[in-house]
Ligand binder design. Structure first.
Ligand code: FAD
Length: 285
């Protein structure tokens, strides 16, 4: 029986700055899971420190020596306790060699400080089934797609963009990404280059804490302000209209709540599992 907690390997790592990084993960035995752009998988590492389930099994075996072998076998079958977290897949589904993830280190977090220390060649656990309904499946074709992200919440929108770029299923694709610093902006160079050559793609990064004397000449300020009617028209070059647009929100839950409220006041409807709408969201926490 294979009891290794790992089933995959980090094959590449790109650091953006001292908190934000991209990793590519290849599955060791099976192919990487098939998925729809926008979905996520869990990444994990073995739990560190005392494992209460291990201690419980040892206590049960001590109390009932006749069952000790069965308890040990059941414990072994369960495998080591893991710390698992969800990560949106940033690479498009047609890439079958690896899955790419854009991750920010949360200093007080349990998993990301450990992921931050990892390098190519290191083993990792990756769930081999992709999950999530934050995809373009239920969104009509030929609408204006307005994708709005904070930080690493840009990941699913990069996957969606590259998946359909050859034959766009949208009228226009606007991509907002709000970050603290310019160096936090994932995929910036390639998205800027793409926006220069694709008239139907608009890339709008915005920073909140970039020093005033930095070379940054782009947008500053929080994302909800950039979506106000006049501001949006000025930035994107068209009217944000509930009759012709779907808005997708991803990342920080406060941003999602603020934008959602403001859009609902302007005639947008948030989609739920059972009711259709033109605002869709994925909260990262
Ligand atoms: C569907 C889904 C997809 C996700 N995809 C991504 C992704 O592509 N990239 C990514 O970096 N994270 C993503 N996350 C968040 C991720 O699952 C973890 O919560 C995050 O990496 C922190 O894990 P941790 O164990 O280090 O921190 P934890 O011990 O779990 O601490 C969680 C706390 O960290 C903070 N936090 C969580 N995520 C972020 C974040 N992205 N930015 C800033 N603060 C955060 C919040 O305050 C949260 O309460 C996703 C979450 C969900 C639900």
């Amino acid at each position: 029986m294979d009891t290794s907690p790992y089933n995959s390997t980090i094959v590449e790592r790109i650091d953006l700055n001292d908190t934000n990084f991209i990793i590519r993960v290849r599955s060791d035995a099976a192919p990487v899971p098939a998925f729809t752009a926008g979905q996520f998988v869990m990444l994990g590492l073995p739990h560190e420190g005392p494992d209460p389930s291990e201690e419980k099994a040892a206590a049960a075996a001590a109390a009932n020596p006749a069952a000790a072998a069965a308890i040990a076998a059941a414990r072994a079958r369960k495998g080591p306790r893991m710390v698992k977290r969800a990560y949106s897949i940033a690479s498009p589904p047609r890439i079958r060699d690896y899955l790419e993830f854009f991750i920010v280190r949360v200093d007080e977090g349990r998993l990301t400080p450990r992921l931050w220390k990892m390098k190519p060649g290191d083993p990792i656990w990756m769930e081999l089934t992709a999950k999530g309904e934050f995809t373009l499946d239920e969104i009509p074709t030929n609408v204006d797609l307005v994708t709005v992200s904070t930080g690493t919440g840009i990941a699913p929108f990069v996957a969606m963009l590259y998946e359909h770029l050859e034959r766009p299923r949208w009228n226009r694709y606007v991509l907002f990404n709000g970050c603290r610093l310019a160096s936090d902006l994932g995929y910036r160079d390639e998205l800027e280059a793409l926006a220069r050559r694709e008239p139907r793609f608009v890339y709008l990064p915005s920073v909140t804490r970039e020093p005033a004397d930095s070379p940054w000449t782009g947008l500053r300020g929080r994302i909800p302000a950039q979506l106000e009617a006049d501001r949006f028209r000025e930035l994107a070059g068209f009217e944000l209209n509930p009759a012709s647009a779907h808005v997708l929100l991803c990342g920080n839950p406060d941003m999602i709540n603020d934008v959602q409220k403001s859009l609902e006041a302007r005639g947008f409807v948030t989609a739920t599992k059972s009711t259709p709408g033109n605002v869709h969201y994925e909260r990262y926490w």
